[in-house]
Design a protein around this ligand. Structure first.
Ligand code: NAP
Length: 248
C-alpha cells in the first residue's frame, strides 16, 4: 500500500505552481487529492488530470481563501463529501511587492488576507474534525522572505513570518490531539510567481545560494510529503527551509 492511500489531502492554490507540484506528488502516492484555487473549472481540470494519470480519486473545490465565509462553505462541502481531512496544505499565496514608502493599503491588506488570514480560516475549518479523528497534518507554506525579510516585501514577509508564529501555536494547542503543524519555507522556486523578476536579480540570488540554483516544485513537494508522512510523526512546530541553503 502506498504511503498516502486512503488519505484525504486538501491543497490550497493547487491549480498551478508549487501547489500543483504538491498535488501531483500526493497523487503519485495514491492520496485522494482535493484541488483548490479561485476558479472551479481550473480546479476540475487539474482533478481530472490527476484521476486519469494516477488512477486516484480527486475533485476540485473552488474557494477564495481570503474570505472566511467562502472557506467555511468549501470545507463544509469537502467534509460532507469525504468525511475527513487527513492533510491540509496551506499553499495559496500572492505577492504585491512595493517599497514601504509607496505601499498602498490595498497592497498590504490583499497580501495579509490571502497569505495569513486564509490560514486561520482553513485551519479553523478543519481542526475539529482532525481533533475528533485524533490525527491530522497541517503544512503551511511560508517563504525565506518571512525568515530573513526582503526589500519590497514588507507585506509578504509579514504574512509569511506570521505563519510561523501561527503554526507553532497550533502545534502546541493540538499536539495532544494527534495533530501536527509544520512550516515549509521555500527559497526562490521556478513558478509564475518569480517569472516577473528580472534575470540579473535571479542570477544574483543563485550566486548567493550555496546550492547555486533556483529550486523547483519537486523540491518543495518532497518536503511537504515528508512532513505529512508517518516518518515525521514526532515532528511538529518546525520550520523546514527548502532554499538551497540561502537563509542559513
Ligand atoms: P503561483 O504560481 O502564483 O500560484 C498561486 C496559487 O495560489 C494558485 O493556485 C492560485 O489560484 C492560488 N491563489 C491565489 N490567491 C488565491 C485566493 N485568494 N484564493 C484561493 N487561491 C488563491 O504561486 P507559487 O509560486 O506556486 O507559490 C505557492 C506558495 O509558495 C505561495 O504561498 C508562495 O508565497 C510560496 N512561495 C513561493 C516561492 C516561489 O519562489 N515561487 C518562494 C517562497 C514561497 P488561481 O490559479 O485560481 O489564481
Amino acid at each position: 500500500m502506498s504511503k498516502f492511500e486512503n488519505k484525504i489531502v486538501v491543497i490550497t492554490g493547487s491549480t498551478r505552481g508549487i501547489g500543483l507540484g504538491i498535488a501531483h506528488s500526493f497523487a503519485a502516492e495514491k492520496a485522494t487529492v482535493v484541488v483548490c484555487g479561485t476558479k472551479q473549472d481550473a480546479c476540475d481540470a487539474v482533478a481530472e488530470t490527476l484521476r486519469t494519470t494516477y488512477g486516484i480519486a480527486s475533485s476540485g473545490q473552488a474557494v477564495n481563501v481570503s474570505s472566511a465565509d467562502a472557506v467555511n462553505d468549501a470545507f463544509k462541502a469537502v467534509l460532507a463529501k469525504y468525511g475527513r481531512v487527513d492533510v491540509l496544505v496551506n499553499n495559496a499565496g500572492i505577492t504585491r511587492d512595493n517599497l514601504l514608502i509607496r505601499m498602498s493599503d490595498d497592497e498590504w491588506t490583499d497580501v495579509l488576507r490571502t497569505n495569513l488570514d486564509s490560514v486561520f480560516y482553513t485551519t479553523r475549518a478543519v481542526i475539529r474534525s482532525m481533533m475528533k479523528q485524533r490525527s491530522g497534518r497541517i503544512i503551511n507554506i511560508s517563504s525565506v522572505s518571512g525568515l530573513m525579510g526582503n526589500q519590497g516585501q514588507a507585506n509578504y514577509a509579514a504574512s509569511k513570518a506570521g505563519l510561523v508564529g501561527f503554526s507553532k501555536t497550533i502545534a502546541k494547542e493540538y499536539g495532544s490531539k494527534g495533530v501536527t503543524c509544520n512550516v515549509v519555507a521555500p527559497g526562490f522556486i521556478q513558478t509564475e510567481m518569480i517569472d516577473a523578476l528580472p534575470k540579473d536579480y535571479l542570477d544574483n540570488i543563485m550566486s548567493q545560494t550555496p546550492l547555486k540554483r533556483l529550486g523547483d516544485v519537486a523540491d518543495i513537494a518532497g518536503a511537504v510529503l515528508f512532513l505529512s508522512s508517518e516518518s515525521a510523526a514526532y515532528v511538529t512546530g518546525q520550520v523546514l527551509a527548502v532554499d538551497g541553503g540561502m537563509s542559513m
